[in-house]
Design a protein around this ligand. Sequence first.
Ligand SMILES: Nc1nc2c(ncn2[C@@H]2O[C@H](COP(=O)(O)OP(=O)(O)OP(=O)(O)O)[C@@H](O)[C@H]2O)c(=O)[nH]1
Ligand SMILES: [Mg+2]
Length: 420
Amino acid sequence: MEKERCLLVAVQVADQEENDMEELGLLVETAGGEVVSSIIQNRQSIDTRFYAGRGKIEEIANYVKELDIDTIVFNDELSGSQIRNIEEIVEAKVIDRTNLILDIFAKRALTKEGQLQVELAQLKYSLPRLIGVNKNLSRLGGGIGTRGPGEQKLETDRRRIKERISDIQNQLEELEKVRETKRKKRMKDQVPVVSIVGYTNAGKSTLLNALMDNEYKDESESKKVFAHDMLFATLDTEHRRVKLPGGRRAVFSDTVGFIKKLPTQIIEAFKGTLEEIKYADLIIHLIDINDENLTAHKETTSRLIEKITGSDIPVLTVYNKVDKILNEKTSVLNNGIIYISAKHKYRIDELLEAVDRKINGPKNFYDLIIPNDRLKTYYWLYENRKTDNVKFDGDGVSLRALLYESEKEEYKSYMGESNG
Ligand SMILES: Nc1nc2c(ncn2[C@@H]2O[C@H](COP(=O)(O)OP(=O)(O)OP(=O)(O)O)[C@@H](O)[C@H]2O)c(=O)[nH]1
Ligand SMILES: [Mg+2]
């Protein structure tokens, strides 16, 4: 099938964040379109009727003919009347940023819950835009025969959409209960949750997979999640259990990526998925160190984390894809910040060590002597903590064990004088 030929259009308002046309282009490509050209229009403010101003839209109408454009993609959310006004002038389909992101989400949603969430967002996007169709109808025909039926149909459409919205909301509530049950189970098991959060394409899923390789070695394939060089590869939340260096476990979760101007319809519809991070004990904010817009993307992510969690949860900032810059900037790597390469599994152990420390506090080696009637304790330590210097003699076993300081008390009776 031929790709849709797309023209990208943005309005740059002086005191607002710079439009990232490259990112918009990536979104278009992810949605299956081809970027033919892109236009940025500087303005004092957004034009309420034509977004970019009537003159500019007329100019664009000429480009559309010249370049044989199928679709114009605007880098903001447009109102129904803006879309209608623009479509009156240009001979091309008009799509806005929200529409585009919703389209990608619709393609990428794999689970029942993901699909319902996307549909909900799409319906909420379309509901206020139905008015446009109606006015359009009366503009075309007007008078007898068009107006009445048009409005009636619009009413039925609206009613149907509202019914479907509440139907979906009910289904999502049910799924939310399932999610809550799982969450409660994790809390009961007292396994802390570490949420990997970041801008789309930062490498979150790749990191989760790297952790699986660490944990399961040969049988890790079955535990892998989908990671790919595309925006919004992941739309669902996945949880995986991982052993931390000190022996305690944590559940790592990977979730939907963030992006600038993430449509509010998406934030609302994906509330359940996004709010999972509210229950995390620690958030890993993963950043692509090669990202040309690192600062802006970092801010976008931080803002969304704060919006969702209320900034109660500790955040560990981690820079990924360090393999790409390793040669030039190696000296940067010793300043206490965590740099990893999820793809090349570089410094994953350091990351896990930092996570362990954040969640469980410091650890120390202790010399223990465990009598024969408590060998169960030894076996437990052997399985669950780092142990060495193990020596059995007639009375029991002596060993060195790496314990969390917080659990030191439990082993006090096995410690000699030498342990601090
Ligand atoms: N060079 C390099 N590439 C990486 C690294 N980590 C991830 N990538 C690549 O970056 C791309 C995106 O990785 P994902 O793991 O899918 O990113 P994500 O953050 O899960 O993205 P979304 O799910 O789309 O939000 C893939 O092509 C990965 O192979 C890394 O450490 N080094
Ligand atoms: Mg992902």
